[in-house]
Design a protein around this ligand. Structure first.
Ligand SMILES: NC(=O)C1=CN([C@@H]2O[C@H](COP(=O)(O)OP(=O)(O)OC[C@H]3O[C@@H](n4cnc5c(N)ncnc54)[C@H](OP(=O)(O)O)[C@@H]3O)[C@@H](O)[C@H]2O)[C@@H](O)CC1
Ligand SMILES: [K+]
Length: 467
C-alpha cells in the first residue's frame, strides 16, 4: 500500500506534543518551529528587510516572537503588534526585545507579515481587534502553523480570517492544511513522528492516484478488467447517460454496458458500449453506476432495486440518492455486504442525512456510518468517508468542475474503478482526484462544459501516471 499524505486532528497533535515535550529541554520545540518560520520568511522576503509580526495570546504568538528574534539576528527590521500584551509569550518577547525587536501599535509598511495570532487553540473566526489589523494588510502573509481565523480541524471559515501566501506548520499536517486554502504549506520536523499513530484523514497526491489507476496487464482482456454497468439517463435527457458511459469507457480498458431508455443516444456517441433498453437484459457486470438523469418514478425505483440486489459494488448518484432519501425501504434490496458509494452534493446530502454544517468531514463520516456506505461529499473540497472510519480529502485548485453534468462524469469514473476491483474508498478518492485534474487541464483558466472535462480524462490519467 502506498502511504498517503496524512493529516492529524489537534487533539492528536497535542497528545503527541506532550509526549515529546516530556523528554526534550523546555522551549526547544518552539525554537525549532520558530527557526523554520524564520527560514521561510527570509525566502519570501527575497532580499527585502521589513517584517511585521501579529502576536496573539499563546504559543503561536511565541513562535512568531522567536521567529522575529532569529530574523533580527539576520539583520531584518522586525516590529511586532501584541494583540494581548499581558498574555504575550514572556520568553519569546524578552528574546525579541533583546535583539532590538520593536513593539508597536500598528504594523505600518512592511514587506512580509508573520501571522502568530492563533494556532492550534483557535476557536471561531478572528476576533474584532485581530480582524482590524488583518483587514489593512498589503504585504504577503506567512502563517505560523495555520492561517488565523480558520478552524484547525474542519477548515471552516465563518468570519474574518487570514489569507496566507505560505503556511509553515510543525510536526505533521493538520486537517486545515487540506481542507482550506493555506497558500504553500511547509512542514518543519519537530520530532512528533514516532509519537503519531495513523492519521485521522489523508490526502491522495497525484503520483499515488497514478500508481493505483488500473492499467491492463499482458494477460488482461475486456472482461478481466471489469465490466461497468451504467443505468442512467432517459430518452428525453440522454446527456447524463452519455457522460457517465463515456467516463467509464475512458477510465479503464474494461467493457461498459449501458442499460436504459437513452440507449440510442449512448450508442450514437459511444459505439463501443454494449447498449440495451432495459436493465433486465443488461448481462453480467462487475459494478453498477445508477442515478444520473434516471428520474425518480416507479420504473427508476425498479432499476435501483435491481442494481442494489445485483451483489456487485454500486455507485449511486443524483436521482438514486433522491429516491433513497424519499423511500429508505429501497435499501432493503441491498445485501449488507454489497459495497455502495454514494456521491451527494450538499442538497442531496441534506435530503439523505440532514444538515451538512461547517464540519464536512464529520458530515461525510455520519452518513457513511448511517448507511454503511462510502460517502463522497462533493464540493470544492471533496470528502470521501468509508464506513470503517477512513477519510480521504481532495481540494480542487479551482472550481471549474462545478458545472452541469460534471457529477455524471465522476460517477462513471467511480463505477469503472469499482469494476476494476479497487477498494471503494480508494476508488472514490482516486476518481475525485482524477476528476479535479481533468477539470483543471480542460479549463486552462476558462469555464468548460462537462463534455470538455470528459474529453480531458485520458490526458489527466496520463499526467497522473507519469507524476
Ligand atoms: N505545544 C508545542 O509543543 C508547540 C506548539 N507550538 C505552537 O503553539 C501553538 C498552540 O499554542 P497555544 O495552545 O498556546 O494556543 P494558540 O493557538 O496560540 O492560541 C492562543 C489563544 O488565542 C486565543 N484565541 C482563540 N481563538 C481565537 C481567535 N479566533 N482569534 C483570536 N484569538 C483567539 C485563545 O485565548 P483566549 O483569548 O480565549 O484566552 C487561545 O488560548 C501551535 O499552533 C504552534 O504554533 C509550536 O511552538 C511547536 C511546539
Ligand atoms: K497563525
Amino acid at each position: 500500500m502506498i502511504p498517503m499524505r496524512g493529516l492529524w486532528t489537534t487533539a492528536r497533535v497535542r497528545a503527541a506534543e506532550e509526549r515529546v515535550m516530556a523528554r526534550v529541554p523546555a522551549g526547544s520545540l518552539m525554537r525549532r518551529a520558530a527557526f523554520g518560520v524564520a527560514t521561510a520568511a527570509l525566502e519570501l522576503l527575497g532580499g527585502k528587510r521589513r517584517v511585521g509580526l501579529l502576536v496573539g495570546a499563546g504559543n503561536n504568538g511565541g513562535d512568531a516572537l522567536w521567529a522575529g528574534y532569529y530574523l533580527r539576528r539576520r539583520g531584518v527590521a522586525v516590529r511586532a503588534v501584541l494583540l494581548a500584551p499581558e498574555k504575550a509569550h514572556a520568553e519569546g518577547l524578552a528574546a525579541f526585545r533583546r535583539v532590538g525587536g520593536r513593539v508597536v501599535d500598528r504594523l505600518g509598511e512592511v514587506d512580509l507579515v508573520v501571522d502568530g495570532i492563533v494556532g492550534l487553540s483557535a476557536r471561531g473566526p478572528l476576533r474584532p481587534d485581530a480582524a482590524e489589523h488583518v483587514a489593512h494588510l498589503d504585504a504577503p502573509v506567512l502563517a505560523v502553523d495555520l492561517p488565523s481565523g480558520i478552524d484547525p480541524d474542519t477548515g471552516a471559515i465563518t468570519g474574518p480570517a487570514v489569507r496566507a501566501a505560505m503556511t509553515v506548520t510543525f510536526g505533521c499536517l493538520k486537517p486545515v492544511h487540506a481542507l482550506a486554502d493555506c497558500g504553500e504549506v511547509r512542514l518543519v520536523d519537530i520530532g512528533l513522528g514516532p509519537e503519531l499513530a495513523g492519521p485521522d484523514l489523508a490526502e491522495l497526491d497525484d503520483a499515488e492516484v497514478g500508481a493505483h489507476w488500473p492499467v491492463p496487464g499482458p494477460q488482461d482482456d475486456k472482461y478481466t478488467q471489469g465490466v461497468t454497468g451504467v443505468a442512467a439517463g432517459s430518452a428525453t435527457y440522454p446527456g447524463a447517460a452519455v457522460l457517465a458511459t463515456g467516463a467509464a469507457l475512458l477510465a479503464t480498458s474494461g467493457m461498459v454496458r449501458y442499460a436504459g431508455a437513452a440507449a440510442d443516444g449512448v450508442r450514437a456517441r459511444w459505439p463501443e458500449a454494449i447498449c440495451t433498453g432495459s436493465i433486465t437484459d443488461a448481462g453480467r457486470v462487475q459494478s453498477w453506476v445508477a442515478g444520473p438523469g434516471l428520474g425518480t418514478g416507479l420504473s427508476a425505483e425498479a432499476v435501483l432495486r435491481t442494481v442494489l440486489e445485483a451483489g456487485v459494488p454500486v455507485c449511486l448518484d443524483a436521482d438514486a440518492i433522491t429516491m433513497l432519501a424519499n423511500n429508505p425501504d429501497l435499501w432493503d434490496a441491498r445485501d449488507p455486504d454489497t459495497p455502495v458509494v454514494l456521491t451527494p452534493h450538499d442538497r442531496e446530502y441534506e435530503r439523505l442525512a440532514g444538515e451538512v454544517g461547517h464540519d464536512r468531514v464529520a458530515a461525510a463520516r455520519r452518513a457513511a456510518e448511517k448507511f454503511r456506505a462510502v460517502v463522497l461529499l462533493k464540493g470544492h473540497v471533496t470528502v470521501v468517508a468509508g464506513p470503517d472510519g477512513r477519510v480521504l480529502v481532495n481540494r480542487a485548485s479551482g472550481s471549474w468542475a462545478a458545472t452541469a453534468g460534471s457529477g455524471d462524469v465522476l460517477s462513471g469514473l467511480i463505477g469503472a474503478l469499482l469494476a476494476a476491483r479497487l477498494d471503494p474508498v480508494l476508488a472514490a478518492g482516486c476518481a475525485a482526484r482524477l476528476h479535479a485534474v481533468a477539470a483543471e487541464r480542460a479549463s486552462g483558466g476558462a469555464p468548460i462544459p462537462a463534455s470538455a472535462l470528459l474529453a480531458a480524462v485520458p490526458d489527466a490519467i496520463r499526467a497522473l501516471r507519469s507524476g
